[in-house]
Design a protein around this ligand. Structure first.
Ligand SMILES: C[S@@+](CC[C@H](N)C(=O)[O-])C[C@H]1O[C@@H](n2cnc3c(N)ncnc32)[C@H](O)[C@@H]1O
Ligand SMILES: CC(C)=CCC/C(C)=C/CC/C(C)=C/C(=O)O
Length: 297
């Protein structure tokens, strides 16, 4: 994923989900009483989810760091949002072996939307998220795909001789929870293993409707890692084959024309975790948030 401007203009599902989740969790995030919260976002991409939905929640004196593995994304976001006070963007691979010194143990909050399904070393990433938080406490809000039909489409495309040379490593781009029989339990276990003592994990079954074939193709183009490996003259043919497979999976609605709709049923992991239990206990005493902690581990 390196095409920041394509992504910025074709990320309706991602924006929709991030907004809903942030509306729901805004008051659960444990804001500091001095208004000097430091928040790091993992996998900020082109930056618009971060700036449109996370930034407004942060107190005026808060510090915001957007990070991404892609220097192209970071360059785009830095340029696009230059001049925003107390905000910066920097390259960070959340699956890295060792966190950069200047980021380690510095943050009150870590957020991440639609990124962790790209990271095969999920446990390493969660360990890093834990270590980004200040030693005395802090919380994280994470949302990412457990499964999506796009992964089955990729696997079918890989079997086609036309595309297989570009897709040998397809498994590297499939969510690490896609094959899990109990993704919620598996993710809770990982949160425990890296040290989060209290957390709430939900698996949400969602369906997104793409209105028209062009919308579906643009959304695929914005995130498909295989397109940048092939000549651009093949892109439309690849996307046509993609759509044919979606139709063979019965995910279309209506007649085959430009306005045909496409359904994407997917599972979203939504997790909220706090580093220290006493912070969660404080929330337990606060009635408005009780429902968020149903089934907390
Ligand atoms: C679908 S975009 C999500 C962008 C943004 N958070 C949003 O909600 O619109 C996923 C982003 O995760 C980034 N990413 C993938 N693997 C990563 C990793 N190991 N560390 C940090 N970022 C990563 C990609 O470069 C991409 O910009
Ligand atoms: C009908 C169908 C197969 C739709 C899939 C559409 C699509 C573009 C899914 C992308 C999922 C994904 C990996 C998103 C992201 O990381 O932002």
């Amino acid at each position: 994923m390196n095409q920041a401007s394509l992504y910025q203009h074709a990320n309706q599902v991602q924006r929709h989900d991030a907004k809903l989740i942030l509306d729901e969790f805004a008051s659960t995030l444990q804001w500091r009483s001095d208004g000097e919260d430091a928040l790091l976002d993992v996998g900020s991409g082109s930056g618009n989810v971060l700036m449109d939905f996370v930034r407004p929640l942060l107190p005026k004196r808060g510090q915001l760091v957007g990070t991404d593995i892609s220097s192209q994304m970071v360059g785009y976001a830095s340029k696009h949002y230059q001049g925003e006070e107390r905000t910066r963007f920097q390259v960070l691979d959340i699956g890295c072996e060792r966190l950069p010194e200047e980021l380690s143990a510095r943050f009150d909050h870590v957020t991440s939307f639609y990124c962790l399904h790209w990271v095969q070393n999920l446990k390493g990433a969660l360990g890093n998220i834990y270590n980004l938080l200040k030693p005395e406490g802090g919380d994280c809000l994470l949302a990412f795909l457990a499964s999506n039909p796009v992964y089955e489409v990729y696997k079918i495309l890989k079997r086609n001789d036309k595309w297989s040379t570009f897709m040998q490593d397809v498994e590297q781009f499939i969510s690490p929870l896609h094959y899990s029989v109990n993704p919620g339990e598996e993710f809770s276990q990982l949160l425990n293993e890296v040290g989060f003592e209290q957390h709430n994990v939900e698996i949400r079954n969602e369906v997104f409707v793409y209105e028209g074939v062009r919308t579906l193709k643009d959304n695929v183009k914005a995130i498909c890692p295989f397109l940048e490996r092939m000549p651009s003259t093949l892109h439309e043919e690849f996307l046509d084959d993609f759509v044919d497979i979606v139709i063979s999976m019965n995910l279309q609605q209506g007649e085959k024309n430009e306005d045909q709709k496409f359904l994407s049923p997917y599972k979203l992991v939504v997790a909220y975790a706090r580093k220290t239990p006493e912070f969660v206990n404080k929330v337990f005493l606060d009635p408005p948030h009780h429902s968020l902690f149903k089934g907390i581990n």
